[in-house]
Design a protein around this ligand. Structure first.
Ligand SMILES: NC(=O)c1ccc[n+]([C@@H]2O[C@H](COP(=O)([O-])OP(=O)(O)OC[C@H]3O[C@@H](n4cnc5c(N)ncnc54)[C@H](O)[C@@H]3O)[C@@H](O)[C@H]2O)c1
Length: 310
Protein backbone atom coordinates (compact mmCIF):
# COMPACT_ATOMS: atom_id res chain seq x y z
CA UNK A 1 0.00 0.00 0.00
CA UNK A 2 1.32 3.48 -0.85
CA UNK A 3 1.57 6.01 1.97
CA UNK A 4 -0.16 9.04 0.48
CA UNK A 5 -3.35 10.49 1.95
CA UNK A 6 -5.57 13.27 0.58
CA UNK A 7 -7.47 15.58 2.90
CA UNK A 8 -10.53 17.43 1.57
CA UNK A 9 -11.36 20.52 3.65
CA UNK A 10 -8.65 22.50 5.47
CA UNK A 11 -10.64 23.54 8.56
CA UNK A 12 -10.11 22.39 12.17
CA UNK A 13 -10.48 18.70 11.42
CA UNK A 14 -8.79 18.59 8.02
CA UNK A 15 -5.66 20.27 9.36
CA UNK A 16 -5.63 18.02 12.42
CA UNK A 17 -5.88 14.89 10.24
CA UNK A 18 -2.99 16.21 8.13
CA UNK A 19 -0.84 16.27 11.28
CA UNK A 20 -1.93 12.72 12.24
CA UNK A 21 -0.85 11.26 8.90
CA UNK A 22 2.28 13.38 8.36
CA UNK A 23 3.49 12.64 11.89
CA UNK A 24 3.27 8.92 11.06
CA UNK A 25 5.33 9.34 7.89
CA UNK A 26 2.53 9.54 5.27
CA UNK A 27 2.73 12.18 2.55
CA UNK A 28 -0.38 14.38 2.69
CA UNK A 29 -2.10 16.63 0.16
CA UNK A 30 -4.68 19.07 1.51
CA UNK A 31 -7.38 20.49 -0.78
CA UNK A 32 -10.02 23.10 0.10
CA UNK A 33 -12.64 24.78 -2.07
CA UNK A 34 -11.78 28.14 -0.45
CA UNK A 35 -8.35 29.67 -1.24
CA UNK A 36 -8.06 31.54 2.06
CA UNK A 37 -8.42 28.26 3.98
CA UNK A 38 -5.41 26.89 2.09
CA UNK A 39 -3.45 30.12 2.43
CA UNK A 40 -3.41 29.96 6.24
CA UNK A 41 -3.01 26.18 6.41
CA UNK A 42 0.80 25.92 6.67
CA UNK A 43 1.04 28.63 9.34
CA UNK A 44 -1.64 27.03 11.54
CA UNK A 45 -0.14 23.58 11.04
CA UNK A 46 3.30 24.80 12.09
CA UNK A 47 1.82 26.25 15.29
CA UNK A 48 0.20 22.93 16.26
CA UNK A 49 3.17 20.78 15.25
CA UNK A 50 5.53 23.04 17.22
CA UNK A 51 3.30 22.61 20.31
CA UNK A 52 3.60 18.83 19.88
CA UNK A 53 7.40 19.08 19.65
CA UNK A 54 7.51 21.31 22.74
CA UNK A 55 5.67 18.60 24.71
CA UNK A 56 8.00 15.87 23.48
CA UNK A 57 5.21 14.24 21.46
CA UNK A 58 7.12 14.10 18.16
CA UNK A 59 10.69 12.97 17.70
CA UNK A 60 11.35 15.00 14.52
CA UNK A 61 11.81 18.72 13.96
CA UNK A 62 8.41 20.37 13.22
CA UNK A 63 9.68 21.50 9.80
CA UNK A 64 10.29 17.92 8.65
CA UNK A 65 6.74 16.86 9.59
CA UNK A 66 5.42 19.95 7.80
CA UNK A 67 7.47 19.09 4.71
CA UNK A 68 5.31 16.00 4.17
CA UNK A 69 2.15 18.16 3.92
CA UNK A 70 1.42 20.06 0.71
CA UNK A 71 -1.62 22.06 -0.34
CA UNK A 72 -3.35 21.59 -3.69
CA UNK A 73 -5.77 23.98 -5.39
CA UNK A 74 -7.55 21.28 -7.42
CA UNK A 75 -9.20 18.12 -6.18
CA UNK A 76 -7.74 15.71 -8.81
CA UNK A 77 -4.18 16.86 -7.99
CA UNK A 78 -4.73 16.14 -4.29
CA UNK A 79 -6.28 12.71 -4.95
CA UNK A 80 -3.52 11.48 -7.23
CA UNK A 81 -1.94 8.30 -5.81
CA UNK A 82 -3.85 8.43 -2.51
CA UNK A 83 -4.54 5.19 -0.61
CA UNK A 84 -7.20 7.04 1.40
CA UNK A 85 -9.15 10.30 1.20
CA UNK A 86 -10.23 11.88 4.48
CA UNK A 87 -13.20 14.15 3.73
CA UNK A 88 -13.51 17.08 6.17
CA UNK A 89 -15.94 19.52 4.48
CA UNK A 90 -18.99 21.15 6.09
CA UNK A 91 -21.50 18.99 7.94
CA UNK A 92 -24.57 19.03 5.67
CA UNK A 93 -25.99 16.10 3.78
CA UNK A 94 -26.09 18.10 0.51
CA UNK A 95 -22.39 18.98 0.76
CA UNK A 96 -21.38 15.43 1.71
CA UNK A 97 -23.36 14.05 -1.25
CA UNK A 98 -21.80 16.53 -3.68
CA UNK A 99 -18.26 16.01 -2.37
CA UNK A 100 -18.52 12.20 -2.41
CA UNK A 101 -19.87 12.27 -5.98
CA UNK A 102 -16.76 14.25 -6.96
CA UNK A 103 -14.45 11.97 -4.98
CA UNK A 104 -15.94 8.89 -6.61
CA UNK A 105 -15.45 10.47 -10.02
CA UNK A 106 -11.83 11.60 -9.59
CA UNK A 107 -10.21 9.12 -7.18
CA UNK A 108 -8.56 5.93 -8.49
CA UNK A 109 -10.82 2.88 -8.04
CA UNK A 110 -8.74 1.45 -5.20
CA UNK A 111 -8.68 4.68 -3.15
CA UNK A 112 -10.67 4.41 0.10
CA UNK A 113 -13.12 7.30 0.64
CA UNK A 114 -13.64 8.13 4.32
CA UNK A 115 -15.79 10.90 5.83
CA UNK A 116 -15.11 12.72 9.09
CA UNK A 117 -18.84 13.41 9.52
CA UNK A 118 -19.96 13.67 13.13
CA UNK A 119 -23.53 12.44 12.64
CA UNK A 120 -24.37 11.27 9.10
CA UNK A 121 -24.50 7.63 8.04
CA UNK A 122 -22.30 6.60 5.10
CA UNK A 123 -25.38 5.10 3.42
CA UNK A 124 -27.00 8.57 3.36
CA UNK A 125 -24.36 10.08 1.08
CA UNK A 126 -22.97 7.11 -0.83
CA UNK A 127 -26.06 5.16 -1.96
CA UNK A 128 -26.13 6.20 -5.62
CA UNK A 129 -22.37 6.07 -6.23
CA UNK A 130 -20.75 3.56 -8.58
CA UNK A 131 -17.92 3.16 -6.06
CA UNK A 132 -20.09 3.05 -2.92
CA UNK A 133 -18.34 -0.13 -1.69
CA UNK A 134 -15.23 1.95 -0.91
CA UNK A 135 -17.03 4.57 1.19
CA UNK A 136 -17.20 4.59 4.99
CA UNK A 137 -17.31 7.00 7.92
CA UNK A 138 -14.13 7.53 9.93
CA UNK A 139 -15.27 9.88 12.68
CA UNK A 140 -12.46 11.53 14.67
CA UNK A 141 -12.50 13.42 17.95
CA UNK A 142 -11.26 17.01 17.87
CA UNK A 143 -8.27 17.22 17.52
CA UNK A 144 -7.40 13.73 16.26
CA UNK A 145 -3.64 14.28 16.67
CA UNK A 146 -4.27 14.47 20.43
CA UNK A 147 -7.30 12.21 20.89
CA UNK A 148 -6.69 8.90 19.12
CA UNK A 149 -10.20 7.38 18.87
CA UNK A 150 -11.60 7.01 15.35
CA UNK A 151 -15.05 5.47 14.86
CA UNK A 152 -15.24 3.40 11.67
CA UNK A 153 -18.85 3.11 10.54
CA UNK A 154 -19.35 1.25 7.26
CA UNK A 155 -22.54 1.39 5.17
CA UNK A 156 -24.29 -1.97 4.61
CA UNK A 157 -22.56 -2.11 1.20
CA UNK A 158 -19.04 -1.15 2.30
CA UNK A 159 -16.58 -3.86 1.19
CA UNK A 160 -15.17 -5.80 4.18
CA UNK A 161 -11.69 -5.56 2.61
CA UNK A 162 -12.02 -1.75 2.43
CA UNK A 163 -12.97 -1.62 6.11
CA UNK A 164 -10.02 -3.86 7.03
CA UNK A 165 -7.56 -1.74 4.99
CA UNK A 166 -8.93 1.47 6.49
CA UNK A 167 -8.51 0.03 9.98
CA UNK A 168 -4.88 -0.84 9.21
CA UNK A 169 -4.17 2.64 7.81
CA UNK A 170 -5.58 4.39 10.91
CA UNK A 171 -3.63 2.05 13.20
CA UNK A 172 -0.44 2.76 11.23
CA UNK A 173 -1.19 6.44 11.69
CA UNK A 174 -1.28 5.90 15.47
CA UNK A 175 -5.07 6.11 15.94
CA UNK A 176 -7.32 3.75 17.90
CA UNK A 177 -10.10 2.53 15.58
CA UNK A 178 -13.40 1.19 16.87
CA UNK A 179 -15.62 -0.54 14.29
CA UNK A 180 -19.41 -0.22 14.52
CA UNK A 181 -21.33 -3.43 13.78
CA UNK A 182 -24.14 -1.46 12.14
CA UNK A 183 -24.95 2.13 11.21
CA UNK A 184 -26.55 4.59 13.61
CA UNK A 185 -26.84 8.40 13.56
CA UNK A 186 -24.08 9.92 15.73
CA UNK A 187 -22.16 6.62 16.01
CA UNK A 188 -21.05 5.84 19.59
CA UNK A 189 -19.20 8.82 21.02
CA UNK A 190 -21.68 11.50 19.99
CA UNK A 191 -24.64 9.45 21.18
CA UNK A 192 -23.03 9.23 24.62
CA UNK A 193 -22.18 12.94 24.47
CA UNK A 194 -25.81 13.63 23.50
CA UNK A 195 -27.06 11.73 26.57
CA UNK A 196 -24.68 13.64 28.87
CA UNK A 197 -25.60 17.04 27.39
CA UNK A 198 -29.31 16.22 27.46
CA UNK A 199 -29.20 15.54 31.19
CA UNK A 200 -26.82 18.44 31.98
CA UNK A 201 -29.20 20.83 30.18
CA UNK A 202 -32.22 19.39 32.02
CA UNK A 203 -30.56 19.71 35.44
CA UNK A 204 -29.54 23.31 34.65
CA UNK A 205 -32.90 24.33 33.16
CA UNK A 206 -34.83 22.75 36.05
CA UNK A 207 -32.77 24.79 38.53
CA UNK A 208 -30.80 22.02 40.24
CA UNK A 209 -27.35 23.56 39.77
CA UNK A 210 -25.41 26.36 38.06
CA UNK A 211 -23.64 25.89 34.74
CA UNK A 212 -20.24 26.16 36.46
CA UNK A 213 -21.16 23.42 38.95
CA UNK A 214 -22.41 21.14 36.16
CA UNK A 215 -18.97 21.53 34.51
CA UNK A 216 -17.28 20.76 37.85
CA UNK A 217 -19.28 17.52 38.15
CA UNK A 218 -17.67 16.30 34.94
CA UNK A 219 -14.16 17.69 35.19
CA UNK A 220 -13.59 17.05 38.92
CA UNK A 221 -15.78 13.95 39.05
CA UNK A 222 -16.81 11.56 36.31
CA UNK A 223 -14.28 12.81 33.76
CA UNK A 224 -11.25 12.00 35.90
CA UNK A 225 -11.84 8.24 35.66
CA UNK A 226 -13.14 8.45 32.12
CA UNK A 227 -9.74 9.57 30.82
CA UNK A 228 -8.41 6.05 31.44
CA UNK A 229 -11.41 3.73 31.88
CA UNK A 230 -14.84 3.35 30.30
CA UNK A 231 -18.29 3.10 31.94
CA UNK A 232 -18.29 -0.71 32.09
CA UNK A 233 -14.78 -0.89 33.54
CA UNK A 234 -15.88 1.77 36.04
CA UNK A 235 -18.92 -0.05 37.39
CA UNK A 236 -17.01 -3.35 37.48
CA UNK A 237 -14.78 -1.81 40.17
CA UNK A 238 -17.56 0.03 42.02
CA UNK A 239 -19.10 -3.03 43.75
CA UNK A 240 -17.12 -5.65 45.70
CA UNK A 241 -18.20 -8.56 43.44
CA UNK A 242 -17.93 -6.71 40.13
CA UNK A 243 -20.33 -5.67 37.42
CA UNK A 244 -23.19 -8.06 38.23
CA UNK A 245 -23.06 -7.10 41.90
CA UNK A 246 -23.24 -3.42 40.83
CA UNK A 247 -26.21 -4.14 38.54
CA UNK A 248 -28.10 -5.90 41.35
CA UNK A 249 -27.45 -3.14 43.88
CA UNK A 250 -28.01 -0.10 41.70
CA UNK A 251 -29.69 -1.28 38.48
CA UNK A 252 -33.28 -0.56 39.62
CA UNK A 253 -32.37 3.01 40.61
CA UNK A 254 -30.53 3.63 37.32
CA UNK A 255 -33.61 2.36 35.48
CA UNK A 256 -35.93 4.67 37.44
CA UNK A 257 -33.66 7.68 36.81
CA UNK A 258 -33.44 6.85 33.08
CA UNK A 259 -37.25 6.70 32.88
CA UNK A 260 -37.34 10.17 34.47
CA UNK A 261 -34.90 11.76 31.97
CA UNK A 262 -36.88 13.85 29.49
CA UNK A 263 -35.75 14.99 26.04
CA UNK A 264 -34.31 18.47 26.43
CA UNK A 265 -35.58 20.91 23.76
CA UNK A 266 -32.30 22.89 23.50
CA UNK A 267 -34.51 26.00 23.48
CA UNK A 268 -32.97 29.25 22.27
CA UNK A 269 -33.68 31.10 25.53
CA UNK A 270 -31.74 28.64 27.70
CA UNK A 271 -28.93 28.33 25.19
CA UNK A 272 -28.61 32.16 24.93
CA UNK A 273 -28.44 32.36 28.74
CA UNK A 274 -25.69 29.71 28.86
CA UNK A 275 -23.83 31.38 26.01
CA UNK A 276 -23.90 34.78 27.75
CA UNK A 277 -22.55 33.21 30.97
CA UNK A 278 -19.72 31.54 29.04
CA UNK A 279 -18.77 34.81 27.28
CA UNK A 280 -18.56 36.56 30.67
CA UNK A 281 -16.01 34.00 31.84
CA UNK A 282 -14.32 33.63 28.46
CA UNK A 283 -14.63 36.67 26.15
CA UNK A 284 -14.88 35.80 22.45
CA UNK A 285 -11.46 37.36 21.83
CA UNK A 286 -9.84 34.83 24.19
CA UNK A 287 -11.40 31.69 22.73
CA UNK A 288 -8.59 30.83 20.36
CA UNK A 289 -6.01 31.12 23.14
CA UNK A 290 -8.20 28.97 25.40
CA UNK A 291 -8.44 26.28 22.70
CA UNK A 292 -4.65 26.25 22.56
CA UNK A 293 -4.57 25.96 26.37
CA UNK A 294 -6.98 22.97 26.09
CA UNK A 295 -4.68 21.32 23.56
CA UNK A 296 -1.65 21.86 25.79
CA UNK A 297 -3.53 20.26 28.71
CA UNK A 298 -4.31 17.30 26.46
CA UNK A 299 -0.63 17.05 25.50
CA UNK A 300 0.38 16.98 29.15
CA UNK A 301 -2.24 14.28 29.75
CA UNK A 302 -0.88 12.18 26.86
CA UNK A 303 2.67 12.54 28.22
CA UNK A 304 1.36 11.38 31.63
CA UNK A 305 -0.54 8.44 30.11
CA UNK A 306 2.58 7.33 28.22
CA UNK A 307 4.49 7.23 31.50
CA UNK A 308 1.93 4.95 33.19
CA UNK A 309 1.35 1.19 32.99
CA UNK A 310 -1.84 0.27 31.03
N1 LIG B 1 -14.98 20.33 14.86
C1 LIG B 1 -15.20 19.19 15.51
O1 LIG B 1 -15.18 19.12 16.74
C2 LIG B 1 -15.42 17.91 14.73
C3 LIG B 1 -15.14 16.68 15.34
C4 LIG B 1 -15.32 15.49 14.60
C5 LIG B 1 -15.77 15.57 13.28
N2 LIG B 1 -16.04 16.78 12.71
C6 LIG B 1 -16.53 16.80 11.33
O2 LIG B 1 -15.47 17.19 10.48
C7 LIG B 1 -15.99 17.90 9.34
C8 LIG B 1 -15.29 19.24 9.22
O3 LIG B 1 -15.54 20.01 10.39
P1 LIG B 1 -14.60 21.23 10.83
O4 LIG B 1 -14.87 21.46 12.28
O5 LIG B 1 -13.20 21.00 10.37
O6 LIG B 1 -15.25 22.43 9.98
P2 LIG B 1 -14.55 23.77 9.45
O7 LIG B 1 -15.65 24.73 9.17
O8 LIG B 1 -13.43 24.18 10.38
O9 LIG B 1 -13.85 23.33 8.05
C9 LIG B 1 -14.54 22.92 6.92
C10 LIG B 1 -13.67 23.22 5.71
O10 LIG B 1 -14.25 22.58 4.56
C11 LIG B 1 -14.10 23.43 3.44
N3 LIG B 1 -15.08 23.03 2.45
C12 LIG B 1 -16.43 23.20 2.47
N4 LIG B 1 -16.98 22.65 1.38
C13 LIG B 1 -15.98 22.09 0.65
C14 LIG B 1 -15.92 21.38 -0.59
N5 LIG B 1 -17.01 21.16 -1.30
N6 LIG B 1 -14.71 20.94 -1.03
C15 LIG B 1 -13.58 21.20 -0.30
N7 LIG B 1 -13.58 21.90 0.86
C16 LIG B 1 -14.76 22.33 1.32
C17 LIG B 1 -14.32 24.83 4.02
O11 LIG B 1 -13.77 25.84 3.17
C18 LIG B 1 -13.60 24.74 5.36
O12 LIG B 1 -12.24 25.14 5.26
C19 LIG B 1 -17.51 18.00 9.57
O13 LIG B 1 -18.16 16.95 8.89
C20 LIG B 1 -17.62 17.82 11.08
O14 LIG B 1 -18.88 17.30 11.49
C21 LIG B 1 -15.85 17.96 13.40
Amino acid sequence: MNRHVAIVGAGFIGRAWAIVFARAGFSVAVYDAVDTALAQCQRLLLENISDLAEHGLIAEAPASVLERIRTETTLPAALKGACLVQECAYETLEIKRAVFAELDRYAAVDTILASSTSWLKASEFSEGLAGRARVLVAHPVNPPYLIPLVELAPAPWTDAAVLASAKTIYQEAGQVPVVLHKEITGFLLNRIQAAVLNEALNLYADGFASMEDMDLVLKNGLGMRWSFMGPFETIDLNAPQGLMDYAERYGPTFREVAADQATNPWDRGTMAQLHAQRREVLPAADMQARARWRDRRLMALIAHQRSQPR
